[in-house]
Each structure stands twice: as C-alpha cells, then as structure tokens.
Write a protein that binds this ligand. Structure first.
Ligand code: GRF
Length: 209
C-alpha cells in the first residue's frame, strides 16, 4: 500500500510510522511522499533522513486558498497514494481531495472523539480543554476524514489516564507516547491488510487472517 503522510510540525507521528514500517509492524506499506505546509517543520528533517521524497507548500505562498488547494491536490496525486495519512497536519483538506480520496484519508486526533475536537481543537488546545474540564481519562483517536472537522468514522481509539498535576505539555507527551504512536501505525497496518471497512458510517474491523 502506497501512503502519503501530511505533516505540519515535529513529525513524531510520521517517525512512528517510519519506525513501524522498518520494524515490520506495518506490513506491505511504503511512504511514497511527505507533504508539509511549513518549511521549518522538523518533520521534513525526519523524512529526509529516511530518504522519503517531500513536497512543501503553504497557503501563504498562494494568492488565494483555491489556488493552493489545486496545487496541493496535484502534488498529492503525483505521489499516487492508496491512503493519505494526516499526522499533525494543520491545513484544512479541500473538498476536492476528500471526494477524490473518499474513504482513503485518515487523521490522528489527540483526544477521545467526540470530546475536545472540531474547529479550534488542535495541538495543546486539546489538552488544555481536557484539563480545564477535569476529565480523568483522555487519549487519542484515528478516524477517517470526511467533509467535517474530526467527524469521520472512528477506526481506533486508545485511552490514557490523566494524572493529578498534569500540565497540557505533560499530558500531550503521555498521549503521544502511549496512544498516538501506537494506534496510528496499527490503523495503517490494518488498512493495508484490507481489514477495515465502513458500513453505515461505522468502521468494521475484520479479524487478522
Ligand atoms: C500531535 O499531538 C497530533 O495528535 C496532533 O498534532 C500533534 C503534533 O504531532 N494532530 P507530530 O509530532 O507533528 O506528529
């Protein structure tokens, strides 16, 4: 399975995918490209070290969002992916891409959807909201991307305990280590094995063959 990984920041989820492929925990899968909207992102460094082709374009480089979206889609198409993986990617996915890759775009979100998700909930803001609400459990979710924000069918979730005295940064790190870097590679491996289907807006995962 050919995947393109879209990133904006540190790229720790990208690194988890690279490492899982190298260790054989993600089978029959190749990262054909990494797309980034931020030329200073360390994620690009990780891609270069792994010998993966990268493309870096920002909406700021274009006169309007429509012209960015057109080139964004053309660039992703050139990598000829079977699956697009959003891993800490902070640019809205254009409807044209959601349509063309229907059921073939996944995202990792650092909470247990439907809590603390949707417009404005990204990065540390997610964990600030969880701590403000005083939840005792948070975690991460891998879901398919549809036209909404964090609203597509849920593939995998993993819960992580919130501890007394947690700061947003400490909670973020625990959720990344214990949940994100575990369920994102696992979801990709299951999709590559053809074990993930969507029926009536819900994800059905078939047993390992
Ligand atoms: C992670 O918390 C991820 O869940 C969120 O963006 C953050 C940065 O991820 N979507 P990464 O280190 O760039 O993979």
């Amino acid at each position: 399975m050919r995947i393109v990984v879209c990133v904006s920041g540190g790229g720790t989820n990208l690194q988890a995918i690279i490492d899982a492929i190298d260790k054989g925990e993600i089978r029959n899968t190749e990262i054909t490209g990494v797309f980034c909207n931020n030329k200073g992102a360390y994620a690009l460094e990780r891609a270069h070290k792994a010998g993966i082709e990268t493309a870096c374009l920002s909406p700021k480089d274009f006169e309007d969002r429509e012209s960015f979206n057109k080139v964004f889609l053309e660039t992703v198409d050139k990598f000829n992916p079977d699956l697009i993986v959003l891993a800490g990617f902070l640019v809205n996915i254009p409807a044209t891409m959601v349509d063309r890759y229907k059921g073939r775009i996944i995202n990792i979100h650092p909470s247990l959807i439907p809590s603390f998700c949707g417009v404005g909930y990204y990065g540390l803001k997610v964990h600030e909201a969880a701590l403000k609400r005083g939840v005792k459990v948070s975690g991460a979710t891998v879901h398919f991307v549809d036209a909404g924000t964090d609203t597509g069918p849920i593939i995998l979730q993993k819960a992580v305990e919130v501890l007394q005295g947690d700061t947003p940064e400490v909670l973020q790190k625990r959720i990344m280590e214990q949940a994100e870097w575990v369920i994102l590679p696992k979801a990709i491996d299951m999709i590559a094995a053809g074990r993930v289907k969507i029926a009536d807006g819900k994800v059905i995962i078939s047993e390992e063959q």
